[in-house]
Ligand binder design. Structure first.
Ligand code: SF4
Length: 65
């Protein structure tokens, strides 16, 4: 199973909730209204769906082997 290193730019996140909706295995909406990941090293494939569907490009996912 692939491993991903995820990151988020909270400065550009608009808090739309799409990532938490399509990838709840690793994303949730934080108290500040911005998205946050559950784990920086995550093996769930929906991290990639979160990247593709984030309207502001705030999420980055790097395959970590
Ligand atoms: S999809 Fe992007 S803009 Fe929307 S809450 Fe998630 S990180 Fe923020």
């Amino acid at each position: 199973m692939a491993k991903y290193k995820v990151n988020i730019d909270k400065d550009t996140c608009i808090g739309c909730g799409v990532c938490a909706s399509i990838c709840p295995e690793n994303w949730f909406m934080d108290e500040d209204g911005k998205a946050m990941y559950l784990s920086v090293d995550s093996d769930v494939d929906c991290n990639k769906d979160a990247v593709e569907n984030c309207p502001t490009g705030s999420i980055t996912v790097e395959e970590a082997g």
